[in-house]
Design a protein around this ligand. Structure first.
Ligand SMILES: CCCCCCCCCCCCCCCCCCCCCC(=O)NCCO
Length: 587
């Protein structure tokens, strides 16, 4: 009797287990099939988007061929510095259509080599024609073609941020800044490439592919405004616009060797700029111009800081460009550093800062040493814990439902490791990286656990800002010069291995300070030789050293920083450095 009961229990157990196994297997197979069809659907969308872009490129090519402009004359237009181009357009020496054709032709050529343009803006031709038909030549950017990062919303276009799921969602209106640019006479003519979700210093996504560095195709142009930096540097655009929440304007400018300005987040309207960080107001994103020369950067900044922007976005303080600050001859007191207390910058970046220091001194300014406080803590407890405040969930989910791009997937992988497991692995990670800050960084990227912790986070960031500003004020500084990044452009796919090098830029996102990226020099063989003395113990140090081998000839920028709302002073410091170097015969 007992054995019969046991047998019955055993049989029912096996029946239930079998049924459970069949159900589970069914669910798994169902999910695999669903995943397969979803992926297939996404790839179809990619192909459709790519076809549309190719069609637009072909249309532009045909249009340009039908215009019959002299190629040499067009090239000559692209070689003009911004001031001469502006003058030539205002005086009527060049028509808006001619200048547009010159830049469209050049952008197409550059794009074939670097893959930096996502698509041309075909309405540009009608815009140029309409400018040429009107007698008044109005606007500071009259007739100047401008390129836009892919996340700038345009009527009739989508902003994918490299995510397939966002393709085909067309905007009904232009971003405020785009409207302001049009009002100033500028002609938006191409859109430029970005990394998927725009949260890394690379430039690749499954829709538009990978952008190469104009100096070395094996290296990244940086990100996230990488397409802009590559296009401008290679001559395919003279002024462009980007966005920056961790260095995305300044780092690509440095990797490629063009000019960039990250503004104070509240100084320019961000209405109509797509981002996955909307609603995260502790470390705010910024927007800003990028340019081939400093005059272009100044002109673009002046143009957008205008009454029309304040009328379109009433939340922006009506603070127009203050020429008196930019033109002032008042001697300045500038702080400098080459080591931010976390990762030492490579010799080329150090030399660039020292060149800037000498140039400022030659211009009669005082330059003193400055140590930014607690940078390792700023990076881990403040920057990473805020930017990934939700444990990176929003970024991860956007990618998980999409076709992940490796350049950002590698970075986001950590969001999948549970907090407890990461905590248990702390000692091992510390042993492997030889870097307690790296370990803390990984822990911080798990974000905040409650609203209460999020509020505390805001307080901690405010306290750091106060501490930093006190140090700045005690020294009576007007500005600071320092590296943009701990090293120069790195090979494609390598950014995650050196991500700590970004603290030089991220610091000024935490602080909300405006910061410019100024091209100063190129890596020399001596710089590379001196890498022998570069520290080689921690994970990031080893990788920075390795990535810097073979970097001879790559551009090196310097970062110029001032207090919030002092964009004019940042531009002045950049100008003083350039003038100083020219007077010393160095630029
Ligand atoms: C010690 C290793 C730390 C790894 C951190 C992994 C965290 C993953 C979680 C979420 C992602 C947060 C990204 C942090 C890395 C920042 C890199 C900044 C790139 C520049 C971004 C930018 O400025 N974008 C502009 C957007 O408009």
């Amino acid at each position: 009797m007992r054995s019969e009961v046991l047998q019955m229990i055993e049989e029912s157990f096996f029946t239930i287990a079998k049924a459970a196994a069949i159900i589970l297997a069914g669910i798994a197979v169902g999910q695999i099939i669903q995943h397969y069809f979803w992926r297939r659907h996404l790839w179809q969308k990619v192909r459709q988007r790519q076809k549309e872009c190719q069609k637009a490129f072909r249309k532009l090519d045909d249009d340009l061929n039908s215009l019959n402009f002299d190629e040499e004359a067009l090239q000559a237009i692209c070689n003009l510095p911004t001031s001469e181009l502006q003058e030539g357009l205002q005086s009527g020496k060049y028509s808006a259509l001619e200048v547009l054709a010159a830049y469209q032709t050049k952008a197409l050529q550059v794009n074939k080599r670097l893959n930096c343009v996502t698509e041309p803006i075909l309405e540009a031709k009608a815009n140029a024609k309409s400018l040429d038909e009107h007698a008044e030549k109005e606007g500071l950017l009259y007739g100047i073609p401008v390129s836009l990062k892919e996340n700038y919303q345009l009527k009739g276009y989508d902003c994918t941020m490299g995510l397939v799921n966002y393709t085909g969602k067309l905007f009904k209106d232009d971003a405020v800044l785009v409207k302001v640019l049009r009002k100033q006479g500028a002609i938006p003519f191409v859109r430029t490439n970005i990394p998927q979700i725009m949260m890394t210093y690379e430039c690749s996504n499954p829709i538009y592919g990978r952008t190469d560095n104009p100096y070395d195709a094996t290296r990244t142009p940086g990100g996230s405004t990488g397409g802009e930096a590559a296009l401008i540097t290679a001559g395919g655009s003279i002024i462009g616009f980007g966005s920056d929440i961790g260095g995305s304007i300044r780092v690509p400018s440095h990797f490629c060797g063009c000019y960039g300005l990250k503004t104070t987040p509240e100084r320019l309207s961000q209405k109509g700029i797509s981002s996955l960080s909307k609603g995260q107001f502790i470390v705010s994103g910024s927007v800003g111009p990028m340019a081939r020369d400093l005059d272009g950067l100044v002109l673009a900044t002046k143009a957008i800081l205008c009454d029309y922007m304040y009328a379109l976005d009433r939340s922006i303080p009506p603070l127009s460009f203050r020429d008196e600050i930019f033109q002032s001859k008042r001697p300045l007191k500038i702080g400098y550093y080459v080591n931010d207390g976390y990762l030492q910058s490579v010799p080329a970046c150090q030399r660039a800062v020292m060149m800037a220091k000498t140039a400022l001194e030659a211009q009669g300014h005082t330059v003193i040493s400055f140590d930014p406080p607690d940078v390792p803590r700023m990076w881990t407890e403040l920057y990473l814990k805020t930017v990934a405040g939700d444990g990176g969930r929003k970024f991860y989910e956007a990618i998980q439902k999409d076709i992940p791009d490796r350049c950002v997937w590698n970075l986001l992988f950590i969001t999948r490791v549970p907090r407890w497991l990461l905590w248990c692995m702390k000692t091992i990670i510390r042993l492997v990286t030889q870097d307690p800050v790296h370990t803390e960084g990984l822990m911080s990227s798990k974000g905040c656990r409650s609203v209460c912790e999020w509020w505390q986070q805001a307080e901690v960031v405010e306290a750091y800002k106060d501490k930093f500003m006190k140090k700045w004020d005690d020294l009576g500084l007007d500005g600071v010069i320092c590296p943009v990044f701990a090293c120069v452009a790195v090979p494609h796919g390598y950014v995650t291995e050196i991500i700590g090098a970004g603290t030089y830029s991220m610091l000024y996102n935490v602080l909300n300070y405006p910061a410019g990226s100024l091209p100063l020099t190129k890596v020399t063989s001596e710089d590379v030789q001196q890498l022998e003395n570069y520290p080689n113990r921690r994970y990031f140090e080893k990788n920075i050293k390795k990535a810097s081998e073979g970097s001879i000839g790559l551009p090196v920028n310097v970062q110029c920083v001032c207090l919030p709302f002092q964009e004019e002073l940042v531009l002045r410091v950049m100008k003083e450095i350039e003038t100083g170097l020219k007077s010393m015969g160095d630029h």
